[in-house]
Write a protein that binds this ligand. Structure first.
Ligand code: SF4
Length: 226
């Protein structure tokens, strides 16, 4: 599946804390260290996509192991069947780089490309990785809708747009599930609760909620393309 070329991403060591954390992460039960990607994880998907989904960062034993966002963990196991149902992917399974998954009209990436401790990048790490995110958004020439999965990704996108002069105050664009904001360049930014295992287990995110969210995104696209 195509990926946007990000100069300097392979071997990027801007964030010392994250590099250290990845190298000492114990493998999941039944796995060995050699099975782990343990490096920056690039986005992937349809380079002609009108929709880009931005997560927070690679999951410890998902993307950080397999080298592809939301692949091999609970967040992906929840998300991909619903993406397939909505027509954004060719299959429900996302288990490994060679599993045959192809996205249609969708690109998936993360705000921070390396695994952070406790899923919490700090402000410096968000900022250090933001140029990669900026490059991805420029490369997606047909982009119309940005989905920010969770508050962290949403805020990092807002900081990018603020630096680009597209918005003034972050507080003008609050994060809510399904809340859609139109930027001055015409792009839509839409917040979505994260599909993490924690959110699914606590009922904050449900299949119905994510299904309805994808219907909302498709309606937004239909209106834009009418
Ligand atoms: S999080 Fe981003 S900026 Fe930091 S080391 Fe990884 S790829 Fe580089």
């Amino acid at each position: 599946m195509p990926r946007i070329a990000l100069d300097g991403l392979d071997g990027c060591v801007r964030c010392e804390r994250l590099q250290h954390f990845m190298q000492q992460l114990p493998p999941a039960k039944g796995r060995c260290r050699a099975e782990y990607h343990n490096a920056p994880v690039n986005g992937f998907g349809d380079l002609q996509a009108q929709v880009c989904l931005v997560g927070l960062a690679p999951g410890a034993h998902g993307a950080n192991r397999t080298g592809r966002p939301f692949t091999g963990d609970g967040a992906g196991a929840f998300m991909y069947p619903l993406l397939r149902e909505a027509g954004f992917s060719n299959q429900s399974e996302a288990t490994a780089l060679d599993d045959g998954l192809r996205l249609k009209g969708l690109y998936i990436t993360n705000a921070v490309k390396c695994l952070p401790p406790e899923n919490r990048p700090n402000a410096d790490e968000f900022a250090a990785c933001r140029p990669y995110l900026a490059t991805e958004l420029v490369a997606l020439e047909n982009l119309q809708v940005l989905i920010a999965l969770g508050h962290g990704a949403f805020t990092s996108l807002l900081r990018l747009f603020q630096a680009q002069g597209l918005i003034k105050r972050l507080s003008d664009l609050p994060f809510t599930h399904g809340g859609a904001h139109r930027l001055s360049n015409g792009l839509w930014l839409v917040g979505c609760y994260h599909t993490s295992r924690y959110n699914v287990q606590t009922g904050r995110m449900t299949p119905e909620l994510f299904r309805d969210f994808l219907v909302q995104i498709k309606s937004l696209l239909e209106r834009e393309n009418a």
